[in-house]
Design a protein around this ligand. Structure first.
Ligand code: MN
Length: 737
C-alpha cells in the first residue's frame, strides 16, 4: 500500500506548493473511515482510493482532485457525511466527493448499450465539475485493472459498461491514453480469444520488424535535423482493441506495418510542425487522402496534430502524426493535461493553483465537449441544448428516459407508454410518494402508479412539457367526452326500446348502420347522446314495423290535464311525470354528479337545482343535458318534445360536496341592516351569494331576489328556515324559473 509520504512526494514532484497537511489529513481520514473493509482481492479497501489518487497524480492534478480521489468512496461506503467532509476539508472538496457519490449511485443502474450515449450525457450533466469526471475515470480504471478478482458475470457487465460508457467518455475528454487502457482491459475481459489472437500477431510482427522500426525512426530524425528541425520520433504500437475494430470493421487481415504502427514526430513549435511536413512530403511519396491538418482546425476535444501517410523506407506505408510537445500532452492526457500549461504548474506559480477558479476554463471545455457540432467527432449528437435542457430519469428496471427539463412524472409516464400516462394516478420518485406534477431531476428513479379505466384530467394538457404527453392527453380527453356522450346515448336508446316493448342490444345497431348513415355503433350512441339523432329514429331503423309516435301520447299542457303517462300530478307544487320513468324510481335513471361528473351536464340558467330536488334532464342537441327541478315552469316549453326528456337522478359524492345553484326571494322590512342580517345568516350557514336584486313594493317592505350556491336541499331548507326566524324577514320563498 502506498505510504502517506509517498502520496505527498508524488504530488510535490509536479506541484512544489502542494498542501501537505491537507493531503496527510485526507490520507489518515480515509484510512480510518474505511477501517477493516476489504476489496474483492482481499486487500484493504483503502488501497483502492489511494491507487485512484496515484493515477491522478500521473495526470498532475491539483490538490483538491487528489484529496477528492482519496475520499471518493467515504460518503457512500462509510459513516462519513457530506457535512463531515465540508467541515474537515472545505466545501470545494465536499462538492467533489458529493458529485462522486452521486455518480456512484448510477453504477447500480443497469445500462443498455443503446442508452450509452444518454448515459454519458447524464454523467456530464450530473458532474458539473470536470474534476469529478476525472476522478470517476481514474476510479473506473483502477477497478478495471483489478477486475480479475470479481466474479465472472459481474466482470463482464462492468467491462461492457466501461466499453460503452467510460472509454468513449475518456476519448471525448481527449484522454487517449486513458481510453486505450480502458478499452483494452474491457476487450480482454469480454473477448479473451480475439484479444489473445491479436496480442500474438502483434508480438510476431513486432519481433520481425524491430529493425525496420528503428530504421524509420532514424531516417526521419536525420532528414529533419538536416533542415535544422530538432525532432523526437517514436514508433508506437496501436492498441489491440483499435486493431480489432479495424479488422472487424473493414474485414481485413493485419498485414502491413502501418496497420499496427504509428509514428509520432514531436517538435518544439507549430512552425516546426509545418516545416517537418514539407520535409517529409518532399522526401517520400504521400498516400492520397491521408493528409489532415488538425492544427489549423483542432478536433472538438482540443486534439491538435498533422496527420499524413507516406510510402517510406522499404516501401512500407508509414503513418505519421506531427505535433508539438504541448499538443502531445493534450493528445495523451486531454483536459487533464491543460493544467500543465495553462496553469503553469512547472513555472512555480502554484499558489493559486488549487483554486477552483483555475478550472473554470476546464468546465467550459466540458461544455464545448457537449456543444461540438463537428460531424466527424464523437459529439455529433451532443448539442448543448440537448444537454442543459434535458433531464435523465430511470424506470425501476433501469431503463433511461431522456426528457426535456421541467418534465413531470406525467411526461415520464407518457414517454414509456401512452396507456401508462392515461392511467397514471400517482408516482414515487426515488422510492418516495410524490405529486404527479413534480419537476423531475437528473438521475431520479420514477415509478408511475396507474389504474385501469382512468382518463387523464384535461387540465394536465397545459401542465406537461412534452408534445407526446400533450397530444395523448388531448386525444384521451376527446375520447372521454365522446364516451360520455355514447354512454348517455346508450341509456337513452335503451329506454326508447323499452318503451315499445323491445330489448336493446348494441349488436342490433350494426345492421341498421346504413339506414342511420353512421360508421359505427359508437357513432350512433354518441350522436344520440349529443342530441344530433333521436332515439325514435334508432328504434325505427332497427324495427321498421313499429310505429313510434314522436308526439307525446297524451299531451297535457302543464297544469291543465291530469293522468296519462305524461301527465301532471298536483302536490305542493307542480310536478311532471317524466316519460319513461317508472313510479318506483330511479334505477334506470341517468346518474347526475353535478358539474364535475362524467356527463355533459349543466344546470338551468336561472334557479337551477340542488341535490334532493326531484330533477329532470332536457337533452339539447350539441350541448348535453340541462337539469331542471321538476317544479320548474320552464319545463312547459319542452312538453311536446318527449324525445328530449331524460329521467335523471342525483348521484352525489358525499366526500366532495359541490355547490349547486338555487334562487330564493326574501321579503323583508325596508330598513337599514336588513340585508346585513340576511347576508349574515346565509354566510354563517356556509352558502355563497351569487347575485342579489331588489324590488320595492311599499315604503315598508321590499323583496330581495337572491341567487345562492348551496350543497343540497337540506342545506337550502336550513337557510330558508333560519331566514324566516329573523324579525326583519316577512317571508322566504324558493323560486323555480
Ligand atoms: Mn471507487
Amino acid at each position: 500500500m502506498m505510504r502517506q509520504y509517498e502520496l505527498v512526494d508524488r504530488v510535490r514532484k509536479y506541484n512544489p506548493n502542494a498542501d501537505e497537511d491537507l493531503l496527510n489529513r485526507a490520507y489518515v481520514y480515509a484510512m480510518k473511515a474505511h477501517g477493516a473493509q476489504l476489496r474483492a482481492s482481499g486487500d484493504p479497501y483503502f488501497t483502492h482510493p489511494l491507487e485512484v489518487a496515484a493515477i491522478l497524480t500521473e495526470l498532475h492534478l491539483d490538490d483538491a482532485t487528489i484529496v477528492a480521489a482519496v475520499l471518493h468512496d467515504t460518503i457512500e461506503d462509510t459513516d462519513s457525511t457530506r457535512e463531515d467532509i465540508d467541515r474537515l476539508f472545505g466545501k470545494e472538496i465536499g462538492a467533489l466527493v458529493d458529485g462522486l457519490t452521486k455518480l456512484k449511485k448510477l453504477d447500480l443502474v443497469s445500462k443498455k448499450a443503446e442508452q450509452a450515449e444518454n448515459f454519458r450525457k447524464l454523467l456530464l450533466a450530473i458532474a458539473d465539475d470536470v474534476r469529478v469526471l476525472l476522478v470517476k475515470l481514474a476510479d473506473r480504471l483502477h477497478n478495471m485493472r483489478t477486475l480479475n478478482f470479481v466474479p465472472v458475470a459481474k466482470r463482464e457487465r462492468i467491462a461492457q459498461e466501461t466499453l460503452d460508457i467510460y472509454a468513449p467518455l475518456a476519448g471525448r475528454m481527449g484522454m487517449q491514453h486513458m481510453r486505450d487502457e480502458l478499452e483494452n482491459l474491457s476487450f480482454r475481459t469480454l473477448m479473451p480469444e480475439p484479444h489473445a489472437m491479436i496480442e500474438a500477431r502483434l508480438g510476431d510482427l513486432r519481433s520481425r520488424n524491430v529493425k525496420l522500426i528503428a530504421t524509420i525512426e532514424q531516417e526521419l530524425v536525420e532528414a529533419l535535423s538536416k533542415r535544422g528541425i530538432d525532432a523526437t520520433v517514436k514508433g508506437r504500437e496501436k492498441a489491440p482493441y483499435s486493431i480489432f475494430r479495424k479488422i472487424e470493421h473493414k474485414s481485413i487481415a493485419v498485414e502491413q506495418l502501418s496497420d499496427i504502427y504509428g509514428f509520432r514526430v514531436i517538435v518544439d513549435t507549430v512552425e516546426d510542425c509545418y516545416r517537418s511536413i514539407g520535409v517529409i512530403h518532399t522526401k517520400w511519396q504521400t498516400v492520397p487522402g491521408r493528409f489532415k491538418d488538425y492544427i489549423s482546425t483542432p478536433k472538438q476535444n482540443d486534439y491538435r496534430s498533422i496527420h499524413t501517410t507516406v510510402v517510406g523506407p522499404g516501401r512500407q506505408r508509414v503513418e505519421l502524426q506531427i505535433r508539438t510537445r504541448e499538443m502531445h500532452e493534450i493528445a495523451e492526457y486531454g483536459i487533464a493535461a491543460h493544467s500543465l500549461y495553462k496553469d503553469g504548474f512547472g513555472a512555480g506559480s502554484g499558489a493559486a493553483m488549487g483554486e477552483s477558479r483555475s478550472y473554470d476554463w476546464l468546465r467550459r471545455t466540458v461544455e464545448l465537449l457537449a456543444e461540438g457540432d463537428s460531424p466527424e467527432e464523437f459529439l455529433e449528437h451532443t448539442k448543448l441544448e440537448l444537454f442543459h435542457d434535458q433531464v435523465f430519469c430511470f424506470t425501476p428496471k433501469g431503463r433511461l428516459i431522456a426528457l426535456p427539463r421541467g418534465a413531470t412524472p406525467i411526461d415520464f409516464a407518457y414517454a414509456i407508454h401512452t396507456g401508462l400516462g392515461n392511467g397514471a394516478v400517482g408516482c414515487k420518485i426515488n422510492g418516495r410518494i410524490a405529486p404527479l406534477l413534480s419537476e423531475l431531476q437528473n438521475g431520479d428513479e420514477v415509478e408511475v402508479v396507474s389504474a385501469r379505466g382512468q382518463s387523464p384530467p384535461a387540465a394536465w394538457e397545459s401542465l406537461v412539457v412534452t408534445g407526446k404527453a400533450r397530444a395523448a392527453i388531448r386525444r384521451a380527453t376527446r375520447e372521454a367526452v365522446r364516451m360520455q356522450y355514447a354512454g348517455l346515448g346508450r341509456q337513452i336508446i335503451a329506454r326508447a326500446f323499452e318503451k315499445v316493448g323491445k330489448t336493446f342490444s348494441e349488436d342490433m345497431l350494426k345492421g341498421a348502420l346504413p339506414r342511420l348513415a353512421r360508421q359505427s355503433v359508437d357513432d350512433v350512441l354518441a350522436a344520440v347522446g349529443r342530441g344530433e339523432m333521436f332515439s325514435g329514429d334508432v328504434v325505427r331503423a332497427v324495427h321498421p314495423e313499429i310505429k313510434v309516435d314522436r308526439k307525446p301520447a297524451s299531451p297535457g299542457a302543464a297544469g291543465k290535464a291530469e293522468g296519462g303517462w305524461f301527465g301532471i300530478k298536483r302536490a305542493a307544487s307542480l310536478v311532471f311525470k317524466v316519460p319513461g320513468a317508472d313510479e318506483a324510481g330511479d334505477s334506470n335513471a341517468i346518474p347526475i354528479r353535478g358539474f364535475g361528473g362524467d356527463l355533459p351536464v349543466r344546470f338551468a340558467p336561472d334557479g337551477g337545482a340542488v341535490p334532493g330536488d326531484r330533477i329532470v334532464g332536457i337533452l339539447t342537441p350539441g350541448e348535453g343535458i340541462t337539469i331542471y327541478p321538476i317544479q320548474s315552469p320552464a319545463l312547459t316549453a319542452f312538453e311536446d318534445q318527449t324525445e328530449r326528456w331524460l329521467d335523471v337522478r342525483w348521484d352525489i359524492d358525499e366526500e366532495n360536496r359541490d355547490f349547486f345553484p338555487a334562487r330564493v326571494v326574501v321579503g323583508c322590512l325596508n330598513e337599514p341592516g336588513a340585508l346585513g342580517t340576511i347576508a349574515t345568516v346565509i354566510g354563517d350557514l356556509g352558502a355563497n351569494i351569487e347575485h342579489v336584486e331588489f324590488s320595492t313594493h311599499s315604503p315598508d317592505l321590499r323583496d330581495i331576489k337572491i341567487d345562492l350556491r348551496v350543497h343540497d336541499l337540506a342545506h337550502l331548507t336550513g337557510i330558508i328556515s333560519q331566514l324566516k326566524s329573523k324579525s326583519v324577514v316577512s317571508r322566504v320563498e324558493r323560486v323555480y324559473v
